[in-house]
Design a binder for this molecule. Structure first.
Ligand code: HEC
Ligand code: HEC
Length: 220
């Protein structure tokens, strides 16, 4: 019985190989025969389509994922997706799952391909919210709307929007998997995912509060 970690690295190696191959095939399919010529829009689109196909193996059909390890990308803010892919590519987003799953995926993406996949996923219809435990959801809503003033936790809605829709480099949280949201709040608090704004916002939350917030935004 192979160990789970061996299976994961085999899966990652396989996917990386598929990504390289599909990019090579996409480029070869529309080779103009002019070495050094910049890709035409049609060639770039074909690279984007091949890349999206690889991404959906984890992030789900049209970017709606079925497992909490893999965040939904459908309907996510375009500028946020661009910023995160560049952060995976230059290793500034360094929480454990970023390292394990996304560094390899982002390593070979050009800026033009990043722009293309971000355009694709941001324009897909977002996954609908999933109703959570009503008590957790109500407690999470209270924090999301009003913060926790005596512990310097701000109201999340001032940046992430009244409906969790996000804005530009501020991510959409609505409908995201609660397990993924809770993990990221812990990553910000520990500094594994380095971001000064979100470190300040997350460091004073208890674990129970991260679960409440996660249940609330997941229900939107
Ligand atoms: C092997 C599975 C896998 C593949 C294939 C994959 N991803 Fe990911 N992706 C993940 C995981 C896991 C995370 C969450 C990382 C974390 O917890 O920090 C993630 C996170 C992301 C994020 C950050 C989302 C957020 O809300 O912060 C973006 C953007 C992203 N991936 C885009 C892509 C794109 C584009 C591709 C295709 C080039 C791709 N991914 C391929 C597993 C994968
Ligand atoms: C001052 C603006 C601001 C406030 C207030 C704020 N956030 Fe954020 N949040 C951000 C930014 C900017 C990012 C993107 C960080 C990055 O690029 O890594 C972010 C990222 C996140 C993420 C990561 C989502 C993903 O897809 O990976 C979560 C979860 C999150 N915030 C939750 C919260 C919660 C919960 C609160 C309230 C306690 C809150 N935020 C308050 C600006 C803010």
């Amino acid at each position: 019985m192979p160990r789970a970690s061996d299976q994961i690295s085999a899966m990652r190696a396989g996917l990386r190989w598929t990504l390289t191959l599909s990019l090579a095939l996409a480029l070869a399919a529309c080779d103009t025969g002019k070495p050094g010529a910049p890709p035409t829009p049609a060639q770039e689109q074909s690279v984007v389509d091949g890349t999206v196909h690889v991404c959906t193996s984890c992030h789900g059909f049209h970017g709606r994922s079925t497992a909490p390890t893999f965040p939904n990308l459908a309907g996510q803010q375009r500028d946020y997706i661009v910023a995160q892919l560049k952060a995976f590519r230059d290793h500034t987003r360094a929480d454990p799952h970023a390292h394990t799953y996304m560094w390899g995926m982002a390593a070979t993406l050009s800026d033009a391909t990043i722009a293309g996949v971000a355009q694709f996923f941001s324009s897909q219809e977002a996954a609908p919210g999933t109703p959570g435990d009503p008590t957790l959801v109500a407690e999470g809503q209270q924090i999301y709307k009003h913060g926790i003033p005596d512990r310097q936790v701000p109201a999340c809605q001032t940046c992430h929007g009244a409906n969790g829709q996000g804005n530009a480099i501020i991510p959409r949280l609505a409908g995201q998997h609660p397990g993924y949201i809770a993990d990221q709040l812990q990553n910000f608090a520990s500094g594994g995912r380095a971001n000064p704004i979100m470190h300040r916002n997350a460091k004073n939350l208890t674990q129970q509060e991260t679960l409440q917030i996660a249940a609330y935004v997941g229900s939107l």
